[in-house]
Design a protein around this ligand. Sequence first.
Ligand code: FMN
Length: 204
Amino acid sequence: MKVLVIYAHPAQQHSRVNKALAAVAKDVSDVSFVDLYAIYPRLDLNVDVEQQRLLDHDAIIFQFPLMWYSTPPIIKEWQDLVLEYGFAYGHHGEKLKGKLWLSAVTAGTPESGYGPEGHNRFDLRELLAPLEATANLCKMPYVPPYTLFAALKSENAANLEKHIAGYRLLLEALRDDTFDLDKACAQQLITGDTIKGLIKGKTT
Ligand SMILES: Cc1cc2nc3c(=O)[nH]c(=O)nc-3n(C[C@H](O)[C@H](O)[C@H](O)COP(=O)(O)O)c2cc1C
């Protein structure tokens, strides 16, 4: 598959995790990478360019830090402008049909803070439901988010390393068609702990 990573971090100078993940995405051969804030610091997206990017790829990955339980604003702007009627949905709007939609999300709060018992009250998959509904409307299979919780905790270094290495595995597996989509879609979230089990032919 042709893989496109659409990256959005509004304060990249303060980023630790996404900067490292972005470096991986840029390093994996035959994976396209676009940094939305670098190209469009004023959010003046070029719709034709962005639509063509989508047409040229089969798996679309949105990489971002969770901000106020949602995406950074440029991803919402991107959705509003790029996913046009007649292109992404509506009459004759099936140009994205069958392309995978996957979010690669980092969250500052530990996993225990999510879900009905957590202080955030909702689980992450629920909070990202607008993305899932958008993918559904565009007839794009929605892959559970590749997620890192507790992204701010320095004691989480081992987990962070696993997550970064897992991101490379994920991108390579999508590119090489060795990603087990059915198995992945049966999960709530994908993590650095579960990614290896979702790659065909990978035992460890
Ligand atoms: C404005 C803002 C809003 C945030 N909102 C959330 C949030 O709703 N939930 C959460 O778990 N973390 C939240 N965070 C923490 C970020 O998700 C976290 O800093 C980021 O994932 C770490 O990645 P980075 O090192 O690439 O910045 C927020 C951070 C900022 C700056």
